[in-house]
Each structure stands twice: as structure tokens, then as C-alpha cells.
Design a protein around this ligand. Structure first.
Ligand SMILES: C[S@@+](CC[C@H](N)C(=O)[O-])C[C@H]1O[C@@H](n2cnc3c(N)ncnc32)[C@H](O)[C@@H]1O
Length: 291
């Protein structure tokens, strides 16, 4: 197995419990809300295309939260993930067995097995897209659907997330010199951000380029949205996270002013409009396998 994939597997294995816990958080942070709303949109896309009892494979199923929601809606669900601890969480949460360790680039199922393949926030951890997409296409039945979430390469938040660590790295030695060395104080550990799993290097996802790639691999695009304020992994994330703790208060204030229904209609318009949503952090596509 390539060393990059090993790193991804190890990092997600270490973070499995934390990953499961962020969905269970009664006061979800901005990042958790982003994950939860990604599932909500993906569920809508699945339900719009396939009736209950259809066979669904979730690749990169993580702790099984999306799989549990699909099972609850009556779908027959299987899940694979590279990280074994994630699979243990998924089995426990879904109280069912069809979860196993597996790689999206070598899906351990025969051709034409599933009606739907769901993959949320996985492809950005690969070194390239093609092999994974070919595998997704292979295991889908003719006319089967794939619902795939990937980051939005245009999102200024994502770009900032890449720039901030570099700026911090440049400024940190001078800051430490002034704050600790000159005063002969012990410097704190810089391990704080070490556990973050970053996307594969140099990968950016642009809608047009992706649509071209999908069509080239015999997928017909059916639906697309762009949503969310990001899964910020740099020190900027800590600032955004703490601000997001206050978000519930802002939201309740806005709801009181314009009403919940209007707000939800406005946010639906936002996620579907390419003129408005270029700021958002993530694309979700639903595509149909042409065979
Ligand atoms: C960002 S998490 C998303 C988990 C889940 N889809 C969710 O939305 O909560 C990415 C997941 O993809 C898994 N993963 C990464 N590379 C993979 C690969 N090549 N094959 C299968 N799973 C992979 C990781 O182990 C991790 O559980």
C-alpha cells in the first residue's frame, strides 16, 4: 500500500472515536454542523432517486452515521472504510454486520451490485480520482446512482485554510524568540495541530473539471449543490470553531426576524445557485451510471 494511503489510514484510525463523537455533540460546532448538513443534502439526493429497500454501499463510511440514517429510512446498506476502528464504530452504531475494511480504489464487491454508492468526504484523501470513480461505476448497476461530496477548490475559506499554516510557520520562530527565549520561559509543545488529517497534496476540485471527468467515465450528472462553511483544519479552524459556538445565538436572532421557513428556503436557493454559493466549502454531486 502506498505510504500516503498508510498515513491516511493511520490518522483516521487514531481519530475514529473523536470522529464519532463530533456527530454526537449536543452543541455541534461549525465543523460538526457542516458534516451533519452534508448528510442531510446527500440523503435528500438519495431519496429523490431511489426507493427504500434499494441496495446502497457507503465507501469511506467513517463511524457509520450516514449509514445508520439510510438504514432507518429502509435502505439495505453496506459500508467499507480504510480504517478498521471506524468500522468498529459503524458496526456498533448500526447494530449490523455488513461493514468491513476496504479501499475505494479496490472495492471488494462484484460488478453491478448496488443501486447507489455514497461517498462523502473521501476522494480528497486519495492521490487521484479516476481509479476510485471507475470502481464506483463498476459496482453500480446500470442506471445506479452515486452521491459524492468533494471540497470546493474555489472556496476562499479552503484557500485561507491552506495559507494560514504557512504564515504561522513563518512567524512562529520569531514569536517564540520574543515570548519564551528572551524571557527564559519554557516554550509549550507545538503538537496541538499535529493530529489533523490533511487532504492529499496539491489537490483542488473545480466543478467544471469534475463534471468533465465524470462524463468521461460514463457518469451522467443529475444534481449538484455547493454548501457549507468548511472543515477547517488549520489554526484558523480553532478561531472559527470558537466563533461558531456563538452561532446558535445569531441563528435564533435571525430566525426571529425572518422566520425559520424563509431562512430554510433562502439557504436552499443558496446551495443550488452557482452565482451565490462559490464561497461554500463543498460540492455534492449525484450522478447516474451509464452502462
Ligand atoms: C473525512 S472522513 C468521512 C467519513 C464519513 N464519510 C463521514 O462523512 O462522516 C473520511 C473517511 O474516508 C476514509 N478513507 C480514506 N481513504 C479511503 C480509501 N482509500 N478507501 C476507503 N475509505 C477511505 C477514512 O478512513 C475516513 O473514515
Amino acid at each position: 500500500m502506498a505510504s500516503w494511503k498508510h498515513q491516511v489510514k493511520n490518522r483516521f484510525s487514531e481519530q475514529a472515536t473523536q470522529w464519532a463523537a463530533c456527530y454526537a455533540d449536543p452543541e455541534p460546532t461549525l465543523s460538526s454542523q457542516h458534516l451533519i448538513s452534508r448528510q442531510r443534502f446527500a440523503l435528500k439526493m438519495v431519496e429523490a432517486a431511489m426507493p427504500p429497500s434499494s441496495r446502497i454501499l457507503e465507501v469511506g463510511c467513517g463511524a457509520g452515521v450516514m449509514a445508520a440514517k439510510l438504514i432507518k429510512r429502509g435502505y439495505a446498506v453496506w459500508g467499507i472504510d480504510l480504517a478498521e476502528p471506524m468500522i468498529r464504530h459503524a458496526r456498533q452504531l448500526c447494530e449490523s454486520d455488513p461493514f468491513g475494511v476496504g479501499d475505494i480504489e479496490h472495492i471488494p464487491f462484484p460488478d453491478n451490485t448496488f443501486d447507489v454508492v455514497v461517498s462523502l468526504g473521501v476522494i480528497e484523501y486519495l492521490e487521484s480520482d479516476e481509479q476510485a470513480l471507475r470502481e464506483v461505476w463498476r459496482v453500480l448497476r446500470p442506471g445506479g446512482r452515486a452521491v459524492i461530496a468533494i471540497p470546493n477548490g474555489r472556496s476562499p475559506l479552503r484557500r485561507l485554510d491552506g495559507v494560514v499554516p504557512r504564515v504561522v510557520a513563518v512567524l512562529r520562530p520569531a514569536y517564540h524568540l520574543v515570548k519564551y527565549r528572551f524571557r527564559a520561559r519554557p516554550a509549550p509543545s507545538s503538537e496541538r495541530f499535529a493530529g489533523t488529517v490533511h487532504h492529499a497534496p496539491y489537490r483542488r476540485f473545480y466543478r467544471r473539471r469534475w463534471l468533465r471527468l465524470l462524463r468521461g467515465l460514463n457518469f451522467e450528472p443529475e444534481e449538484w449543490i455547493c454548501h457549507g462553511w468548511g472543515w477547517l483544519s488549520s489554526p484558523l479552524g480553532f478561531l472559527v470553531q470558537s466563533l461558531s459556538m456563538k452561532q446558535a445565538v445569531f441563528r435564533r436572532g435571525i430566525e426571529r426576524l425572518v422566520g425559520r421557513a424563509l431562512l430554510s428556503r433562502a439557504s436552499d436557493t443558496f446551495v443550488r445557485s452557482s452565482a451565490l454559493n462559490w464561497l461554500a466549502a463543498e460540492h455534492i454531486f449525484r450522478v447516474r451510471a451509464i452502462k
